[in-house]
Design a binder for this molecule. Structure first.
Ligand code: NCD
Length: 323
């Protein structure tokens, strides 16, 4: 199913479902430049009323700490009315069998929301929602498929560290089969420059989907795979670590076979470049030891703040347009 619209340099009134909606890096730069302005608003502690007349609903059918709060923070920093709903899977009429399409239509009617932010376990959830919505949908994580706003904040963090988004060697480590953040980020890195090199590091059973590899290769991105992090640690600019996604494993013993397969510790970090950065969408479950938290190359806490700025930018661009 592909119902989403390409951005064509304008975000106004459009749903943000997939990184595939971008046609050029210029469109991503519009978001980054707006995020730079948003950063100033927050740093100067100036709550803005840009979105004062707007109502933003958040419907989360899966757990979330960072995505939920940074969208909520973003809406509030811009003065919007907010309807933040966690626990949709447990407490909404989904329990009684209501379809996602009906829930999306309902929440528009009951709240008069101008925009709906959705996290849902189904891969196609955001597309289904967008197709059935009177207002734009932002994908805040759809199943195992995409997490486009996470990719935007990840790349914004990379841009802040390296002052560039091209010519970088990025290793993505962990559960590349079930994790959604890596898929969106790989597509975004591929869009940003032909000189970005992506190295997928995972156990054989958790490799990135072939369709993703093929899409990256056919757009000219240099991408390769290994299961050995030691082989690449001294060659990369960015180490993007991910959690083994326990919730998607059918059996506990299958999860146990791969749990703890990669651990970022002092020994490994001693072999990395001095300017390398360590990122992680979080939550972490032992894959980065706490001893690394004070290493100046650890960026996974600062990375979260990028979520506030870039999500403020996206809300502004979708609701008000580019100017
Ligand atoms: C991720 C997610 O939900 O996909 N978290 C996030 O949004 N920052 C990663 C994860 O759950 O492992």
């Amino acid at each position: 199913m592909k119902t989403f619209k390409k951005f064509n340099n304008s975000f106004r009134g459009k749903s943000f479902i997939s990184i595939n909606q971008f046609s050029s890096k210029k469109e991503v730069e519009i978001i980054f430049n707006t995020a730079d302005q948003m950063k100033k608003i927050v740093e100067k502690r100036k709550v803005n009323d840009l979105l004062k007349k707007y109502c933003i609903a958040q419907l989360f059918y899966q757990p979330s700490t960072r995505t939920f709060t940074s969208f909520l923070g973003a809406a509030k920093w811009l003065g919007a009315l907010t309807i933040p709903i966690h626990g949709m899977s447990e407490y909404s009429s989904a329990v009684k069998g209501e379809s996602l399409a009906d829930s999306i239509k309902s929440i528009y009617q009951t709240t008069a929301a101008d925009l709906i932010i959705l996290r849902h376990p189904d891969d196609d959830s955001s597309e289904v929602a967008a197709k059935n919505s009177y207002v734009p949908i932002i994908n805040a994580g759809s199943g195992k498929k995409e997490h486009p706003t996470q990719a935007i904040l990840d790349l914004f963090t990379i841009r802040e560290s390296f002052k560039k988004t091209d010519n970088l060697k990025v290793a993505m480590v962990g559960d590349l089969k079930n994790g959604r953040t890596v898929k969106s980020l790989a597509l975004l890195l591929s869009l940003m420059g032909k000189n970005n090199k992506i190295i997928f590091v995972s156990p054989g059973s958790l490799r990135a989907p072939l369709a993703l590899l093929n899409q990256l290769k056919s757009s000219g991105t240099d991408v390769w795979e290994t299961d050995d992090l030691n082989q690449v640690i001294d060659k990369i600019d960015c180490l993007y670590v991910t959690r083994i996604q326990k919730e998607w494993f059918a059996k506990e013993e299958e999860y146990q076979k791969v749990a703890g397969c990669y651990t970022i510790d002092k020994k490994l970090m001693s072999r990395a470049k001095k300017k390398m950065i360590v990122m992680h969408p979080l939550p972490r479950v032992n894959e980065i030891t706490e001893e690394i938290d004070t290493d100046p190359r650890s960026f996974y806490f600062e990375q979260m703040r990028s979520g506030l700025y870039t999500r403020m930018a996206l809300l502004k661009l979708i609701l008000l347009g580019n100017n």
